[in-house]
Design a protein around this ligand. Structure first.
Ligand code: AMP
Length: 116
């Protein structure tokens, strides 16, 4: 159960953000510390899930909605191609424990994960 995260406060409106996309279950807003020309976070409105594994098991349709919103944003703001990242756990770099997808697009560094 994800409680009391900064993203919960964004969903409730306590912390204002620029909403770039919204559906029944999902919102998207710019990452405050962008790592690419387009760097958008897509999150479910529910605070019930800390990570993508929990979300996929419980609400696969919400996960599919997040992917569809990511694609729409990449179509609107780049060439339709994008990198979709879910950090899953603190040692994997997750700092906010409300499931979120990083949508990276634009002129991305030409480096694949295998080159790391
Ligand atoms: P992660 O490290 O995968 O948990 O990603 C958390 C992301 O949330 C980071 O990229 C932060 O820059 C971003 N972030 C934290 N607070 C805010 C905020 N108030 N508005 C937008 N993005 C935020």
């Amino acid at each position: 159960m994800a409680v009391d995260t900064v993203f919960g406060k964004i969903v409730s409106g306590e912390i204002p953000v620029e909403i770039l996309a919204e559906t029944a279950r999902v919102i998207a807003f710019p990452d405050i510390n962008p790592q690419a020309p387009v760097h958008i976070l897509v999150i479910p409105k529910t605070t019930a899930y800390e990570n993508v594994v929990e979300l996929a098991a419980a609400e696969p349709e919400t996960l599919a909605e997040m992917v569809a919103v990511a694609k729409r944003l990449a179509d609107e703001r780049a060439n339709g191609e994008f990198r979709l990242i879910f950090n899953n756990g603190a040692t994997a770099g997750q700092t906010v424990f409300h499931v979120h997808a990083h949508v990276l697009a634009g002129d991305l560094e030409e480096r694949s994960l295998g080159d790391a």
